[in-house]
Ligand binder design. Structure first.
Ligand SMILES: Cc1cc2nc3c(=O)[nH]c(=O)nc-3n(C[C@H](O)[C@H](O)[C@H](O)COP(=O)(O)OP(=O)(O)OC[C@H]3O[C@@H](n4cnc5c(N)ncnc54)[C@H](O)[C@@H]3O)c2cc1C
Length: 263
């Protein structure tokens, strides 16, 4: 396995303590693929004797008549994923600190949770080496020549293999240039903010606060993803693919009463 930077590094997409893992997707094939993913993470946890997954559930909210919200709801139901559909009446009982906007729908993908990302990466790398794999970090792939025997050129030398797997994240198309093949990929920047709880523990994973997704709406053109406070005590993690986490605070009125932006 070749890696252009020295491990561990923070320049790819995978670094950081946490990632949401879920079956709540708009497309069927993701939901079905996740079935297999959950099995494989569980198998890895078992083989390595480490805990990588915390089940928290995932609250999905969005305009009820929005296409994306409906697609997620349909995909979950079609694939018989344990899901709780919340009504306006019982929503407040479950989430007293969140204001459900007029016209919004809400559901919980019960199977979702948090994958401990840095720990997962380290565990995969350790298992790979344990099974005889060799990790060559600080060795950048600079050329790939396809054929019955694939020739791979790196900053350190030239290698041959019957087949190779390319998992270069946002660098994928740059690497694929060498093969004359391109994929319709778009690299997007994700803003990560931590919001401080005003009332300690309100959004804490220990108090069963789930991960959450706000689907696209009139005010928010991108999805907003959030994780309960756990990574850093008292701080809720929010990911957004565009600048302007204020959408969450002001426009969607999700957390207006109880959190303040921290960083
Ligand atoms: C802030 C943030 C939050 C996210 N949150 C979630 C979430 O909650 N849930 C979710 O499911 N997904 C989430 N994602 C997306 C998810 O993290 C990524 O899809 C996933 O980590 C991609 O992993 P990867 O291994 O494909 O890419 P990467 O982690 O980027 O790995 C690619 C590796 O290839 C190496 N490389 C590239 N070119 C070369 C070369 N020429 N030679 C050698 N090595 C090379 C890179 O250095 C890097 O180490 C998030 C992403 C970000 C950035």
């Amino acid at each position: 396995m070749f890696l252009q930077f020295v491990l561990p590094h923070t320049r790819g997409s995978s670094h950081g303590q946490t990632r949401i893992i879920r079956k709540a997707y708009e497309h069927d094939f993701y939901t079905r693929m996740m079935e297999e993913c959950y099995h494989q993470w569980a198998e890895l946890e078992n083989d390595a004797g480490v805990k990588l997954y915390k089940q928290t559930g995932l609250l999905v909210m969005g305009p009820e008549d929005n296409r994306e919200y409906q697609l997620i709801k349909n995909t979950l139901q079609k694939n018989k994923v344990p899901t709780v559909i919340l009504t306006r009446d019982n929503f407040h009982k479950h989430f007293p600190n969140i204001i459900m906007a007029e016209g919004d729908g809400a559901l919980v993908d019960v199977t979702a949770g948090v994958l401990l990302a840095d720990r997962a990466l380290k565990t995969v790398q350790d298992q790979f080496q344990k099974l005889g794999g060799v990790i060559r970090d600080n060795e950048k792939v600079t050329g790939i020549k396809p054929g019955p025997v694939v020739k791979v050129t790196t900053s350190e030398g030239v290698y041959q293999a019957r087949s190779i797997v390319i998992t270069a994240g946002p660098w994928t198309n740059r690497l694929l240039t060498h093969t004359g093949f391109q994929l319709p990929l778009e690299v997007v920047k994700i803003n990560v903010c931590y919001w401080k709880e005003r009332t300690s523990g309100t959004y804490d994973v220990k108090h069963s606060f789930p991960c959450f997704v706000l689907t696209e709406s009139v005010e928010t053109k991108e999805h907003i993803y959030g994780l309960p406070s756990d990574e850093y005590p008292g701080l809720v993690k929010i990911d957004q693919t565009k600048s302007g986490s204020r959408c969450l605070h002001e426009d969607r009125k999700i957390e207006g009463r109880d959190v303040a932006q921290y960083g």
